[in-house]
Write a protein that binds this ligand. Structure first.
Ligand code: FES
Length: 273
């Protein structure tokens, strides 16, 4: 309710003239400075009372107390905020490659970061991005000695978790193919997308999509044995990796890949021409 009142006042003052806005801003800053001095004096006078330091620390755990004391410069940025600020400094680099990262946890010298979008699930990108993120965090927050990549899906409902590296920059032509929850880890489903049969497979947080068409004679592989991330064509036994599309029987051919990405809880496919 208090935040809503503040937002309403901000919206109202945005309609004022420049002189009125400057006057209101100066008054708010003067009141802030007075409040900050009062907080400092209050904390200084209580600090040496037995048990009070711990009580003040506990009080700062309240999100409103923390936010107001931070705003007045009385509390320093938490380790989590500092690591997040370091992540912010590399976000433009990640975004320029269609990716992002979120800070999952910070404790005992260790930060846990989850890569999102094109950074997620691409081993080559992950190495580069991990190196950049690690360098930024350790340069800005030297107390962090270990940076771990968090597993599992994070972010909000519209977060892109994974994109086939070759389709990372494609923004159009995507079709919802399945609910991620319906594709169990290690499972493969045959789906019909825009009249074309495809093989959708999940490997942890990564999903692959290949044309359901054997590279030997172009037959659909429905009914072929699927086990251990491999599919065996029911006609003449050509065997393919559903993770890479590679043909184990005749290495010179492979399954035709389609772009795939995971957005929120949906798997989307972008058919290759
Ligand atoms: S058509 Fe698949 S192995 Fe011949």
């Amino acid at each position: 309710m208090l935040l809503r009142d503040l937002s309403a006042l901000e919206e109202l003052s945005a309609t004022w003239g420049e002189a009125e806005q400057n006057g209101a801003q100066a008054r708010a800053e003067a009141v802030d400075a007075l409040n900050a001095e009062a907080f400092r004096r209050l904390i200084r006078s209580l600090r040496d009372v037995p048990g009070m330091s711990a009580a003040l620390r506990a009080a700062a755990g309240d999100e409103i107390v923390y936010a107001v004391l931070r705003r007045h410069g009385i509390l320093k940025a938490s380790l989590f905020e500092r690591v997040n600020a370091a992540l912010d400094s590399v976000r433009p680099m990640l975004a320029s490659h269609g990716g992002d990262a979120e800070l999952v946890a910070v404790e005992a010298g260790r930060a846990e970061v989850r890569f999102l979008g094109a950074c997620d699930g691409c081993p080559a990108s992950a190495l580069t991005f991990y190196a950049g993120v690690k360098k930024a965090i350790q340069a800005q927050v030297p107390e962090i000695t270990e940076i771990k990549q968090a597993k599992g899906l994070g972010g909000g409902a519209g977060t892109t978790h994974f994109v086939s590296p070759f389709a990372a920059y494609k923004t159009d032509g995507w079709t919802v193919a399945a609910d991620l929850a319906d594709l169990a880890d290690g499972a493969t489903r045959i789906e019909d997308i825009e009249g074309r049969s495809v093989l959708l497979s999940r490997f942890g947080d990564r999903v692959t999509c290949f044309a359901n068409s054997c590279a030997h004679m172009g037959m659909a592989m429905d009914g072929g044995e699927i086990a251990g991330g491999l599919i065996t064509c029911p006609y003449h036994g050509f065997q393919y990796s559903l993770e890479t599309g590679e043909c184990l029987t005749a290495p010179e051919v492979q399954l035709q890949p389609h772009g795939v990405r995971v957005v929120g809880d949906k798997v989307e496919v972008r058919l290759t021409e």
